[in-house]
Design a protein around this ligand. Sequence first.
Ligand code: TRP
Length: 345
Amino acid sequence: MSDQSPPAYAGPQRVFSGMQPTNGLHLGNYLGALTKFVALQQRFDDCIYCIVDLHAMTADHDPKTLAERSREVAAAYLAAGVDPKRSIVFVQSAVRAHAELAWIFNCVARMGWLERMTQFKDKAGKHSERMSVGLFDYPVLQAADILAYKATHVPVGEDQKQHLELARDIAQKFNNDFDAPGFFPLPESLIEGPGARIMSLRDGAKKMSKSDPSDMSRINLTDDSDAIMNKIKKATTDPQPLPETKAGLDGRPEVENLVGIYAAVTDKSVEAALQEWGGKGFGAFKPALAEALIAKLSPIAAELRRLLADRAALDAILREGAARADALAEPIMRDVRRIVGFWGA
Ligand code: TRP
C-alpha cells in the first residue's frame, strides 16, 4: 500500500503579511493587524511585512500620492514596533517577483475560483463589467505575495480568509500540475487574539473603516488627545451599566466593542476589564477608556511623525527591506522558472 498524500512542506516557518497604502490608518488597523505583526516577531524568525502598492492600484489610484502613502504605512509598521532589523519591511512594487509570480499563477488559478470571491462581488456590486481586470485578479496577486517567499503563516483579518483559501488552492494545483510535490507550502491564516475585529464607534455591526463617511466612527492613529476623548465620549452605548460577565455583552455590540478596545490597550483580558468595570456606568468608563487609548496611541503618533519627517532614513530602511526580500524571493523564482519550463531557466 502506497501513501498517496503529497509530502508535507519541509521548509522554514515564515510569516508574510501586507497592508494597502491607503490613507488614514486607524485603531482597527493597529489592534487588528499591527500589534499582531509586532507580536509574531517573537514567535517566528522570518517575518516579512509588505506595503502592497500593486494592490492599491486596483482602487482609486493617484500616482501623485501613492509613494507618500506607502511611506506612511511603512512608518506606521515601524512606529507600532515592527523592528526593521529583525523583520523585512518593504514596498511590493520594489520587488519584481510579485508581478511575475502573479502572472504564472494567473495561468494556474481557474475563473470559477475567482468568480466565487465575495470581496470582489462586494466591491464590484452590479458593475463587474466596468471594474478593472486587476480588481478581479487581486487575490491571485495576494497568493503570489505570500508564495514568492514560501510563507507558511499569514496574519490577516477575518475578511481575508477566503483569499487565503485561494492561495492554498493555487499552491496545491501548482505543486500537482507541475509535478513538484511539496514545492509550495499551503499557507495558513493566523486570525487570533483580542482586537481581531474593531467595530465602528457609531454602529457595533460595522467594522471600523477608513471609508466610513463619519470621522466620529473611528480613532485615527494621528488623532490628538482631544479628538480621542471627544470621539469616545460620543461613542454609541446604551443606558445600562457595564455587565460583570462576558455573557452580559451578548446583544450589546457597541459595549462589547468598547470593552474589547479597553482590554486590548490595557493588556487585560475582557474578563478582567469587566471585573474592574462591571456595574459601573459609561460616564466613568468612557473617560478611563479614552485616557488608556491616549496613553497607548500618543507615543505611536509621535514616532510616526518623527519617522515621516526624515524621509531619507525611512527610504533607506525600505530599500534595505526590498533588497532582503528580493534575496529571499529570487532563488524561489529561479526554481519556479525552471519548473514551468522557461527558456534560459
Ligand atoms: N488583501 C489584504 C487586505 O486587504 C492585503 C494583502 C495583500 C495581503 N497581499 C497580502 C495580506 C498578502 C496578507 C498577505 O488586508
